[in-house]
Write a protein that binds this ligand. Structure first.
Ligand code: GUN
Length: 293
C-alpha cells in the first residue's frame, strides 16, 4: 500500500520557514515583501484561489494588494495597470491570475510583467531561461516548483529516473518537464496525441499527471513501487457530499495506491504546495530587489 505524500503538512512547514525569513528580512531592511494580484472577471474558482493567496501572504507576514477588474476590462486598461505595478517600487511580486478573459491577449500581458517581479515565472524570459542549458531563470512557476519539492521531501534522487509527465500545459506540464530534465531525470512528455499512454506510464519510476480527467491513470498502468504525483483537481458529482460534488485528481486513487510506493492525495497533495512556493518566490523577489542575498 502506497505511503501518502502529505502536501498539506509539507506546505505548512515551508510557509512557517518563509514567515521566519520574512520577519528577519523586515527586521534587517525595514521592508515588508509585497505581492500584487490582478484578477479579471468573476470566475468563482479564480477568485477563491486569489483570496487564498492573500490569506497566505498575511500569515507569512507579507503584504498583498488586490486589483479586481471587471470582465469587460480592455487590453489597454490591463496593460496600463501592469505598467503602474511594474513602476511601483513598493511592489515586489506581481501575479496575474489565469486564465484571463478570451478577448485579452494573455501572452502579451504575461510578458509585460517585469522580470524581477515575475513571481509566477510565466514570462517568456523566465521560461526561456529554464529551457536553455547554462541559463538560470530568476523564477520558476510555483506548481512545478511544488512538485519538485514534494519529490525531494520524500528523498527521491532524480538522476536517471524515468518520469512520465502527462499534460503539456504552460502552467504545469512544460515547465515541470524542464525542471525534471535539469535535475537529470529522463522525461517523457505525454499528451492528448500520445499513443498508448500505458506503455509510457508502465516504464516510469515517477508518474505526474496534470490533465483534468478523472480516472485517466489506473493501477494497472503503473509500475510496482513507482511514485504518483496527481496535480489535477476535478469536480465529480457526488450526492452524498454536502456541496453535491467531490474533488478527485486524474488518478484512480484506490487502484493506484495498491501499486505505487508513494502517492499524493487530492485534495491535500500538490494543491497546497502551489501557494507555499508562491510565497517562496515572493520572498526571493523582495530579497533580490533589496539586494540582501
Ligand atoms: N491559474 C491556475 N494556476 C495558476 C497559477 O499558478 N498562477 C496564476 N497566476 N494563475 C493560475
Amino acid at each position: 500500500m502506497a505511503e501518502l505524500i502529505d502536501g498539506k503538512a509539507i506546505a505548512a512547514g515551508i510557509r512557517a520557514d518563509v514567515a521566519t525569513a520574512v520577519a528577519a528580512f523586515t527586521a534587517q531592511t525595514g521592508y515588508v515583501p509585497t505581492l500584487a494580484t490582478v484578477l479579471v472577471g468573476d470566475d468563482a474558482g479564480s477568485a477563491y484561489y486569489v483570496r487564498a493567496k492573500h490569506r497566505a501572504c498575511k500569515s507569512a507576514g507579507m503584504k498583498s494588494v488586490g486589483h479586481e477588474l471587471s470582465a469587460e476590462t480592455t487590453q489597454a486598461e490591463l496593460e496600463s495597470l501592469l505598467k503602474t505595478l511594474n513602476d511601483d517600487d513598493s511592489i515586489d511580486g506581481i501575479l496575474v491570475q489565469l486564465p484571463l478573459p478570451k478577448h485579452i491577449d494573455e501572452q502579451r500581458i504575461i510578458d509585460l510583467v517585469a522580470i524581477e517581479k515575475d513571481v509566477d515565472g510565466f514570462n517568456v524570459q523566465n521560461i526561456g531561461a529554464l529551457a536553455m542549458r547554462g541559463r538560470e531563470p530568476r523564477f520558476s512557476p510555483a506548481t512545478p516548483l511544488g512538485i519538485m519539492r514534494l519529490l525531494s521531501e520524500i528523498g527521491v534522487d532524480l538522476n536517471g529516473k524515468n518520469v512520465a509527465m502527462i499534460g503539456r500545459s504552460n502552467l504545469v506540464g512544460t515547465p515541470t518537464t524542464l525542471l525534471l530534465a535539469n535535475a537529470n531525470a529522463t522525461v517523457t512528455l505525454c499528451h492528448s496525441r500520445t499513443r498508448n499512454l500505458a506503455e509510457h506510464t508502465r516504464l516510469a519510476d515517477i508518474v505526474i499527471s496534470a490533465v483534468g480527467r478523472p480516472n485517466l491513470i489506473t493501477g494497472e498502468m503503473l509500475k510496482e513501487g513507482c511514485i504518483v504525483i496527481d496535480v489535477a483537481i476535478n469536480e465529480v458529482a457526488d450526492e452524498t457530499a454536502k456541496r453535491g460534488y467531490r474533488l478527485v485528481g486524474d488518478v484512480a486513487f484506490e487502484s493506484a495506491e495498491k501499486v505505487a510506493a508513494h502517492i499524493t492525495p487530492v485534495p491535500g497533495g500538490v494543491g497546497p504546495m502551489t501557494i507555499a512556493m508562491l510565497l517562496v518566490n515572493t520572498l526571493k523577489a523582495a530579497q533580490l530587489r533589496r539586494a540582501t542575498t
